[in-house]
Write a protein that binds this ligand. Structure first.
Ligand SMILES: Nc1ncnc2c1ncn2[C@@H]1O[C@H](COP(=O)(O)OP(=O)(O)OP(=O)(O)O)[C@@H](O)[C@H]1O
Ligand SMILES: O=C(O)[C@H](O)COP(=O)(O)O
Length: 398
């Protein structure tokens, strides 16, 4: 795939203030980063710019805060960035205004500074020109290295590209190259697994995704909305009632187009989402009002593995269950292991992506055995749909 945008090869960063948009939206539990993959992917661009004498100013969102929320501060994540880079990383408690400006003014060539969560300001998601200008004031050039946030037309992922000279970072470049190589002309049949919990932002795109794949396996909390559309009881499970009609429409369209949708036939349910909470396996028709569906059951695992055995390419975003808590990691781990074995045998091309998906595949110990693992989840699915990603398009426009 040709990359018609400028990269770090096309800019002299020496002495320049370089705003680097990275994706530090990493899994965190009790203030501790539990999977540093996204930071590790951002490291080459950061160290390259610093080693060339640029002043590296990191911009990122973290979570989906409604305004300033100390629980969603990037401070502990900045400490993890320093650990991964093995270099000091300063932190500023704001991403615009006096605090940020002073911190930037104090930087020397080669320094690395991380600014606070851009989503503490509504202007970030609104791509508000005033907020973009306040960010742009802090830098001379903008490097977008957050492929996993490139589906968002936000101030730090897109807006800055209209005000500052813009360049692609190394990991954004690598993602586009690797995804293009594996999936521009995929060997058919193609299966997709879509699970996880971001139902509202991902359910809509399943309709388009279905046009690109032959079989769609739906798991995780995502499946609950489809099960509800089929009139099944999902008890106290995570579900988007408002999207039941959309789920029904996707199933109708799939049927009309001869595409296969595979939903769980059994589930692991519990009354609490807690480690070793008493859990049981039930047929999907037997979920009770008190139950929460937290993983797929053994028959659903078999069903998914049998699909993998008859397709040639697998695209995977979103875990099958609440994998962070045992034993609800079992469905994801078992299917991941089967996919890795088929890949090792040369029978399946496996491409997976997503912040938590990568964490789940790390738990399963299969990352090295997959064909390619992307750091992107939603952005990866939208790329797969064939949609233009605003954070990439703005680079091409320069
Ligand atoms: N049945 C379930 N009930 C509740 N949570 C679930 C269930 N299945 C999966 N999850 C949760 O889904 C989350 C991951 O979903 P998500 O859609 O964010 O995936 P992702 O790989 O991080 O993608 P992205 O990069 O787009 O964020 C995990 O935290 C997991 O615990
Ligand atoms: O985790 C992701 O997919 C990216 O960081 C984007 O996050 P968002 O879905 O909250 O925009």
């Amino acid at each position: 795939m040709s990359q018609s945008f400028r990269t770090l090869d096309h800019v002299d960063v020496k002495g320049q203030r370089v705003l680097v948009r990275v994706d530090l939206n990493v899994p965190v539990e009790n203030g501790v980063v539990t999977d540093a993959t996204r930071i590790e992917r951002a490291a080459p661009a950061i160290t390259e710019i610093a080693d060339k004498g640029g002043k590296v100013i990191l911009l990122s969102h973290f979570g989906r805060p409604k305004g300033r929320d100390p629980k969603q501060s990037l401070k502990p994540v900045a400490a993890e960035v320093a650990r991964v880079l093995k270099r000091p990383v300063k932190f500023a408690d704001d991403c615009i205004g006096e605090v940020a400006e002073k911190a930037v003014a104090a930087m020397k060539p080669g320094d690395i500074l991380c600014l606070e969560n851009t989503r503490f300001y509504p202007g970030e998601e609104k791509n508000d020109p005033q907020f973009v200008a306040a960010l742009a004031k802090l830098g001379d050039v903008w490097v977008n290295d957050a492929f996993s946030a490139a589906h968002r037309a936000h101030a730090s992922t897109e807006g800055l590209g209209h005000l500052l000279p813009a360049y692609a970072g190394r990991s954004l470049q690598a993602e586009l190259e690797a995804l293009g190589k594996a999936l521009d002309h995929p060997t058919r049949p193609v299966a997709a697994i879509v699970g996880g919990a971001k139902i509202s932002s991902k359910l809509d795109l399943l309709g388009n995704l279905l046009q690109k794949v032959d079989v769609l396996i739906i798991g995780g909390a995502m499946a609950n909305t489809f099960l509800m559309a089929q009139g099944k009881s999902v008890g106290r499970s995570l579900v988007e009632r408002d999207l039941v009609d959309t789920a029904q429409k996707i199933m109708d369209e799939a049927k009309a187009a001869g595409r296969e949708i595979v939903l769980p036939v059994d589930a692991v349910v519990a009354e609490k989402l807690e480690a070793h909470a008493p859990s049981r396996v039930v047929a999907i028709d037997d979920v009770e009002d008190k139950d929460m569906i937290l993983d797929i059951g053994p028959r659903s695992i078999e069903q998914a593995v049998s699909v993998l055995a008859r397709v040639k390419t697998l695209v995977w975003n979103g875990p099958f269950g609440a994998f962070e808590i045992e034993p609800f990691d079992n469905g994801t781990v078992e299917v991941a292991e089967a996919a890795a074995e088929l890949t090792a045998a040369g029978k399946l091309v496996t491409v997976a992506g997503g912040g938590d998906t990568v964490a789940a595949l790390n738990v399963a110990g299969v990352v090295e055995r997959f064909t390619y693992v992307s750091a992107a989840g939603g952005a990866f699915l939208e790329w797969m749909e064939g949609k233009a990603l605003p954070g990439v398009e703005v680079l091409r426009a320069q």
